[in-house]
Design a protein around this ligand. Structure first.
Ligand SMILES: Nc1ncnc2c1ncn2[C@@H]1O[C@H](COP(=O)(O)OP(=O)(O)OP(=O)(O)O)[C@@H](O)[C@H]1O
Ligand SMILES: [Mg+2]
Length: 155
């Protein structure tokens, strides 16, 4: 697990772009953190890191899923607004097991279906312009990718 304390948005963008460089077809990123902690912002920099258009990245709170074209296709899912029955009906598995990168805000809501391995990013509000960021690889493949992470040492 890699911890970053009190990062400003510029540093958050570097973390997201490093993570973007580690993503592969079908990879999953679960974004944990309270309202306003920076999940959508993190996704914006992740998409930019994948060579996509950062301006296309908006909160999918109402659309539930946005798709972006980049080096890899990105499915940006936000489960915040869904009731648990709706989460059950939502074709999450299609996105999670698809060819693209699947980024999920509010993964706490995935009671019915949860992938076994993924990158986990936790964002914690410290003060208006500062966040604590935790990046972890869950499952062997993701753990190993992150361990090759001299990537993150230079941030
Ligand atoms: N260090 C920082 N890291 C992340 N965001 C920051 C930072 N400093 C300021 N911000 C601002 O905080 C806001 C975070 O909002 P954002 O929509 O990304 O949060 P969210 O976690 O997606 O919220 P929600 O749960 O409502 O979807 C943005 O306006 C962003 O510019
Ligand atoms: Mg959001």
């Amino acid at each position: 697990m890699i911890n970053f304390k009190n990062v400003n948005e510029e540093k958050l963008s570097l973390i997201a772009k490093k993570l973007a460089s580690l993503l592969f077809k079908g990879s999953i990123v679960l974004l944990y953190g309270d309202l306003g902690s920076g999940k959508t912002t993190f996704t914006r920099y992740l998409v930019e890191g994948l060579g996509g258009d950062a301006y296309q990245v908006t909160s999918p709170t109402f659309t539930i899923v946005n798709e972006y074209d980049a080096r890899l296709k990105v499915y940006h899912v936000d489960l915040f607004r869904l009731e648990s029955e709706e989460v059950e009906e939502f074709p999450l598995q299609e996105y999670v097991e698809g060819e693209g990168v699947c980024v999920i805000e509010w993964p706490e809501k995935m009671e019915f279906y949860k992938p076994e391995s993924f990158f986990m990013v936790k964002l914690e509000f410290v003060e208006e312009l500062r966040r604590n960021v935790e990046v972890e690889g869950v499952g062997k493949k993701y753990e190993e990718i992150l361990r090759r992470g001299e990537f993150f040492d230079k941030i």
